[in-house]
Every structure is written in C-alpha cells, then in structure tokens.
Design a protein around this ligand. Structure first.
Ligand code: A3D
Length: 320
C-alpha cells in the first residue's frame, strides 16, 4: 500500500514543525511548498537526514511550484505572514486573504480530493476564504484553533491541579482567540467537571477565571515572549492530531473551525465547534445544548467572525 501524502503549504516555523512531526508519526510522505525558494527544500532535506537517527521512513521534498502537492491526501496551510508584537490577528487580513486565494486555486488544481486544514490567521476568516477559493466540499476544509486553545486550557488546568495533562479534558467553542468560549462545565479531570472540583476545594472560581483569561490570551503571551513570531510547536502538534484522525479514520471528537449550515443558529460561516473527524472529513457537528450565557458568548463570537469574513470579501473581491 502506498504511503499517504501530506502537503504543507507554507514552510515557515509551523510548516517545518509539521514536517518533523508528520515524519516522527509516520503519517506519510511529506512535501513542503513555499514561495521562498530553497527554504522548503532545505527543511525537507534536513528532516530527511534526521530520519535514520529518529527511525522513521518517509520521503520529504520541497518546492515552489504548486505541482509538488499533486495528489496529496492532506494539505495543511500555514502560508502567509504571522502576527508580530502589537499586531492584531485582524491586521493580517489583507495580506493573508490574497495568499488563501492563491493556495485555494493550487489545491483545486492539484489536490481536489484532499482534507485541508488551515492554520493561517485570522483563522476563522482564512478557512472560509480557502474553502471559497478552492471550491472543495465544506466538510473537507477545516480550521485548526480549538485543539490548540483547548490544549492550552488543559495544560493550565493540569498545572493548577497538579495532575497529568492526559487526565484533563477541555471544551472550547467559538472563534479563535479573544472570542473563544470555554465551557467550564464540560471541562473535566478524569471525568469530574471543573465546577465540581471547585466545590471539592481543589481550586477557586477566581483561579479558573484567571486560567480562562490566560487561555484566551495564549497566543499573545507567546508572541510577547518570542518577539519575532508566534507559537509554532503547539499549533503544529494540534494540526497533526487532526490529520491523524482523518488519515486513520479515528473519528476523534475535536473542536475545529467547521462550516456551519444552521447548526448553533449559524449559517454560511466557519466557527469553532466540536466535530467528528474521520475518513469523510467532518462527519458530524456535535451540537450541544448551550445555556443563556454560553449562547450569548457563541453568538458574539459568530458575529465577530462574520465581520471578519465581510472585511475579507471587501479586500479580496475574487472571494465574493
Ligand atoms: P512563518 O514562519 O512566517 O511561515 C509562513 C510561511 O509562509 C513563510 O515561510 C512564507 O515564506 C510563506 N508564505 C508567504 N506567502 C506565501 C504564499 N503566497 N504561498 C506560500 N507560502 C507563502 O509563520 P508561522 O509558520 O509561524 O505561522 C503561519 C501562520 O499561522 C500565520 O498566519 C500565523 O498567524 C498562524 N498561526 C495560527 C495559529 C492558530 O491557532 C490559528 C497559531 C499560530 C500561528
């Protein structure tokens, strides 16, 4: 059986980490596309030369012609510019909308059957743009944000409770970043919901509120530390987990930016919701009952995403 093919559009910080993780997990052969000549080829060769030591078999190649992604099973898009200190995600809109238009056309031409994971910011608008530009079925195009946001939340909760990160589950809804809606009552330690842990005296409501706030600002915290770029290890790990669920038909339930067609009262937008990811792409949107506060938070988040999408279409009319 031939190996699966993973195509990475964008060979920067996240792209390089994705290539290494895809190799380590033996997800398949890897190609990296980037507009900067030499970088994708160099990163691919460097990782290929690590493979005998790390003990994995995969071919890795790079190039600056979209033809390299031909026949890919999974495409992960990080192309564009990252956020710099003082720059909001929305500032990235103008540049990255054009990049999504080009990437969408490349995918439509060379990898129309792929499962596509978009990471480029501002995420919820860029995944919409990519789907529109590529014309791929909406259930085969998703955005990575919720897995990262919930990983950050899980990490902070595990630190607070002094338990393994593996025993902490977290549940986040809504757009990426400031408008994220963490659902405390569905976040657990070994199945015990966080509100119960507060009652048990393991933590306080104040501490949990602080953790929620830190999670919301998780991206900015890293940007302020790195100064020359944004997070890349955890975002790459999160996207690889999504690719793995698709390629192995694991049917994992994960929060992703998924196309909503009426679910949660939203139509025609990508917003973060829990979905089942299997061989069919997004196989099901998990629609939970929200309480009034959560509903309001989700509606606000969806409105923010709608504003971003409208701004994107204005800047890049080819997406209308
Ligand atoms: P960076 O290291 O700059 O890599 C971006 C790469 O894209 C560079 O190698 C560029 O040469 C390349 N590129 C630029 N234009 C094009 C193009 N038209 N076609 C192909 N390649 C192109 O950034 P990064 O890897 O750190 O981040 C990539 C993106 O992910 C940025 O938009 C970030 O804001 C975003 N990001 C999102 C999250 C989420 O949680 C959603 C987290 C972290 C970063």
């Amino acid at each position: 059986m031939a190996r699966d093919k993973i195509a990475l559009i964008g060979g920067g910080q996240i792209g390089g980490t994705l290539a290494l993780l895809a190799g380590l997990k033996e997800l398949g052969d890897v190609v990296i596309f980037d507009i900067v000549d030499g970088v994708p080829q160099g990163k691919a060769l460097d990782i290929a030369e690590a493979s005998p030591v790390l003990g994995f078999d995969a071919t890795l190649a790079g190039g600056k012609d979209y033809a390299v992604i031909k026949g890919a099973d999974v495409v992960i898009v990080t192309a564009g510019v990252p956020r710099k200190p003082g720059m909001s995600r929305d500032d990235l809109l103008a540049v990255n909308a054009k990049v999504m238009a080009a990437a969408g056309q490349g995918i439509a031409k060379y990898a129309p059957d792929a499962f596509v994971i978009v990471i480029t910011n501002p995420l919820d608008a860029m995944v919409w743009a990519l789907q529109k530009a590529s014309g791929l079925p909406a259930n085969k195009v998703v955005g990575m944000a919720g897995v990262l946001d919930s990983a950050r939340f899980r990490y902070f909760l595990a630190e607070e409770f002094k338990v393994s990160v593996e025993d902490v589950t977290a549940f986040v809804l809504g757009g990426h970043g400031d408008s994220m809606v963490p659902l405390i009552r569905y976040s657990t330690v070994a199945g015990i919901p966080v509100p119960d842990l507060i009652k048990m005296g393991w933590t306080t409501r104040k501490k949990i509120d602080e953790i929620v706030e830190r999670t919301r600002n998780g991206g900015a915290e890293i940007v302020n530390l790195l100064k020359t770029g944004s997070a890349f290890y955890a975002p790459a790990a999160a996207a690889i987990e999504m690719a793995d669920s698709y390629l192995k038909d694991k049917k994992r339930i994960m929060p992703v930016a998924a196309y909503l067609d009426g679910q949660y009262g939203v139509k025609g937008l990508y917003v973060g919701v829990p979905v089942v990811i299997g061989a069919g792409g997004v196989e099901r949107v998990v629609e939970i009952q929200l309480n009034a506060g959560e509903k309001a938070g989700f509606a606000k988040s969806a409105a923010t995403v709608r504003g971003l999408v409208e701004a994107t279409v204005k800047l890049e009319p080819s997406l209308a």
